[in-house]
Write a protein that binds this ligand. Structure first.
Ligand SMILES: *Cc1c(COP(=O)(O)O)cnc(C)c1O
Length: 422
């Protein structure tokens, strides 16, 4: 007899960060609509995760569906080597405009991690190109997350990340302590000293420093102030080190402004975008850089930028990204995010007083409860399904970043489930 779906899934399919011999339960989805994930068992769950930051407009959106249908009738894919197409050109123009015309060139990658790999390689090739042959290392923040491929992993938090498992293999990059400067506070003495010591020790060998600006996502849902980024930029300029902002999570309005670099008023040399870029429809990411960086790269020994994935600039992904960006810009996204932020503040911040809560914090459409103990994911998710919500905690962190279209009542159901767990 054929295996049932759940049995086949458990025995044969890898899920993110799970064991095949002792997996967490999975729930089978039949379809999704607006903010709802419908299970084959009949439950409808309000999505608190936006399927990992990406589904900002909700599921099964008629405009995004239409963009895919129309593009698929022209061409779903064509190699980007030696060929080009309107969906990619339009997306390039749109992204340069949305990022305030401060970047000049765009590399269209096929996932967030790959866009980080491209950013790191750009920085290394740039330093080669301008003759800075000692600048061969990268700097990053403790508590950061930049993806799961090997290069990206080498700049993730070395303890929470997977460094210890792959230590012998990974390059020796340098890590700054996590910023202590809280949002809206002036730069702390500690951060000031750490930055100075770090650059004095390693500045001469740093090709680039990569950070998630203002919000560290998967590495701890941690917020810090823009004054830190201003100081970091100062040191990067002083030491000829490039500054890379990874806005794969914070981009497209999630943290309050369209991009965190705009809120921080700090312009990086290289910017990574992904996740919400296609509204959660297709995998696509982008690495943007300035003319200075591109020119340096092309002076390097190779004379070209050495990267080119098979599905680079995929027309379907670009077409749906174009539609998603238009939808965002035509929507009252700022008002939606402010409304979500206010409701999250009212519902979650008072829970900081609860005995088993370490901290409660909100920024833009991101709400976080940091518990004192690690959360048992399997039993928490059973509770979620019973409540009709979908939230996936990790470690001590119970957090949500819902689709921007979520209404008051649905958001209340999400925060109620979080409150009941405290
Ligand atoms: C998710 C994420 C990545 C990795 O993107 P993938 O598409 O999962 O490869 C990199 N950086 C940040 C900040 C992310 O949130």
């Amino acid at each position: 007899m054929a295996m049932t779906n759940p049995d086949f899934d458990r025995d044969h399919l890898w899920h993110p960060y799970t064991s095949i011999t002792n997996p967490l339960p999975t729930y089978e989805v039949s379809h999704c609509q607006d903010v709802y994930i419908h299970l084959t068992t009949g439950e409808a769950l309000i999505d608190g995760m936006s399927s990992w930051w990406s589904v900002i407009h909700g599921y099964n959106h008629p405009i995004l569906n239409q963009a895919l249908i129309e593009q698929s009738q022209k061409m779903s894919h064509v190699m980007f080597g030696g060929l080009t197409h309107n969906p990619a050109i339009t997306l390039g123009q749109k992204l340069l405009a949305m990022t305030q015309e401060v970047f000049d060139q765009i590399f269209l990658a096929d996932s967030g991690s790959v866009s980080v790999e491209a950013a790191l390689k750009m920085a290394l090739q740039y330093q080669q190109g301008i003759g800075q042959h000692k600048k061969t290392r990268l700097g990053a923040l403790l508590g950061g997350y930049h993806g799961d491929t090997l290069g990206a992993m080498s700049v993730c938090d070395p303890e929470n990340g997977m460094h210890t498992l792959f230590n012998e293999y990974l390059p020796n990059n340098h890590f700054l302590p996590r910023p202590t400067t809280k949002p809206n506070a002036p730069l702390s003495e500690e951060d000031k000293n750490n930055l100075q010591m770090f650059f004095e020790a390693f500045g001469d060998e740093l090709a680039a420093v990569i950070v998630e600006p203002l919000v560290q996502g998967a590495g701890g849902m941690y917020f810090y102030d823009k004054s830190y980024l201003k100081a970091l930029k100062h040191y990067c300029e002083k030491y000829g080190t490039l500054l890379i902002f990874d806005e794969i999570a914070t981009g497209f309005g999630r943290a309050g402004e369209l991009f965190a670099f705009i809120e921080a008023d700090v312009i990086p040399d290289i910017l990574c975008l992904g996740k919400a870029l296609t509204g959660g429809y297709m995998t696509l990411a982008a690495t943007l850089c300035s003319e200075k960086v591109s020119t340096g790269i092309c002076q390097s020994e190779a004379g070209v930028f050495m990267h080119g994935p098979t599905y680079m600039g995929n027309p379907l992904a670009c077409a749906v990204a174009n539609a998603s960006c238009d939808l965002l810009l035509e929507s009252p996204w700022q008002a939606q995010i402010q409304r979500i932020e206010k409701q999250l503040q009212e519902a979650l911040l008072p829970l900081a007083a609860s005995d088993n809560v370490q901290d409660a914090r909100v920024k833009g459409a991101i709400g976080v409860l940091e518990m004192k103990e690690a959360i048992d994911v399997a039993s928490f998710q059973r509770q979620c399904v019973a409540d009709g919500v979908w939230i996936r905690p990790f470690g001590k962190l119970l957090y949500i970043m819902p689709p921007y279209i979520i209404n008051h009542e649905a958001l209340e159901k999400l925060t109620d489930t979080m409150r009941r767990w405290t």
